[in-house]
Design a protein around this ligand. Sequence first.
Ligand code: ATP
Ligand code: MG
Ligand code: MG
Ligand code: MG
Length: 565
Amino acid sequence: MAAAQVQRMSRLMVKTLRDDPADAETLSHKLLVRAGYVRRNAAGIWTWLPLGKKVLDNISQIIREEMDAIGAQEVLLPALLPKEAYEASGRWDEYGDLLFRLKDRKGGDYLLGPTHEEIFTQTVKDQCTSYKDLPVMLYQIQTKYRDEARPRSGVLRGREFQMKDSYSFDTTDEGLAESYALHREAYRKIFARLGLDYRIVSAVSGAMGGSASEEFLAPAAAGEDTFVDCPACEYAANTEAVTFVAAPVDASGAGPVEELDTPDTPTIESLAAHLGVPASATLKNLLVKVDGEIVAVGVPGDREVDLGKLGEHLAPAVVELVTAEDFADRPDLVRGYVGPQGLDKVRYIADPRVAPGTAWVTGANKADTHARNVVCGRDFSVDDYLDVVVVEEGDPCPACGAGLKLDRAIEIGHIFQLGRKYADTFQLDVLGQQGKPVRVTMGSYGIGVSRAVAALAEQTADAQGLCWPAEVAPADVHVVAAGKALQTEVALEAASLLSSAGLRVLVDDRAGVSPGVKFTDAELLGVPRILVVGRRAGEGVVELKDRRTGEREELPLEEAVSRLR
Ligand code: ATP
Ligand code: MG
Ligand code: MG
Ligand code: MG
């Protein structure tokens, strides 16, 4: 077996800190900085230091293996992109302030890619011409750029970050469903291997169906998404996306209802114009009709609807605004309300799965607050809805009636059946079996690679520090030389034995650093197993410690090595 790497702390660039950085709010942010894994350069812009880079690479490697296993092919597209493709898709404008735009020396417009549907579509149009060339699945692990409004929480929300994005190209709807299912399964394997606790939730509701877009959420207090989770059945939903609702409307139909004068053929632009907001605006859960069925649409995590993304979510469906008429024969529905103030108005729709009396209102702006058992207008107005009851743990699940849980989570992955939106934009056709051109249908699938580092830290850290799952840890064993020259000598010998056994070793061979400091650092750095060469080094006896459980045991070095192997 090839010897694995030995990293010597005496030479490793890692400076640990005892105090939390002043600006850090989340556990992962504090610990990743204190353990010397990352360094902040500017808001939402981070340097990956040696240990951090190892964890990032380990995660990338797991993703790579599972993507390769479903037959996806790795490519690397540029991050610096001319604007034309994004103008064609409309996203040059729709992305608004989220997009980093720049000019070259000749005055040409460019952007730093926030996600790459356009460029992948162009790539496949160029490379695939016949149905025989499809299906094809492509992926990359690449730096993405988004000028996030609130780049907080360390690497959880960067303005420059690492994403694995993949795209599938099929000639039939069944093919797309298959590519989507393959990705969903690969994602389950990836997150299981990472050691992440996660849930799959539907990201959009109603007519969009459960499978058209799903998110992988990692429950964590630092998460910016809220979701309901049923412990007894499969029901789980992102409250940002799903529609919940209220008890029947009172007879007068009272409530903060704005009756819309619906444009004939609504588009994102006309919708925006109607609402009196720019097309790049964001709104909270928005009530619209999709192919004739009323749905509410939200962009999970953003706590609002991005009109640009709305098109993405709904394509290729026909989107219409809801009018008062739509409520005429639906006594189960509270009348819709659509207002332009993204942050302080809310819209309602009944979810037929929600039994009367167990209904909720979502879109509330106060964190973790969701109203229930309310009649809009009778119990509250838009101005005071924030004061209504909070959904509590144990409320009945709309699917099975069991007690629900309400949790915070981090969006670590997102899979979409895009359909033909981008293929239409770029006229991506291949020659079909019958010799006629066939329009291609697409899926897009993302994983936040750098975000996964922080999500894992959030879920696994304890009071002493980071505590990595085996496959992502920056080393398999952390050997601590706790003493003088003898201990250092034995520690280095142990490191070399372990490395010959194929284990990745971090050895703390620093001179002039007390055992106490080394122990504290070992706990903070979070390598899963710690081997201490201390007072019984002369007899060849070491101590083996489990970072997570704290269990320790003294044993001969050889036995420790064979135990760890
Ligand atoms: P969020 O709701 O958190 O803003 P998103 O829905 O905008 O994320 P997607 O467009 O679905 O993100 O991108 C795919 C994945 O990329 C996300 O599921 C997430 O894991 C990751 N990601 C998105 N934005 C960031 C960011 N600013 N920093 C780090 N990772 C991110
Ligand atoms: Mg999101
Ligand atoms: Mg976002
Ligand atoms: Mg998403």
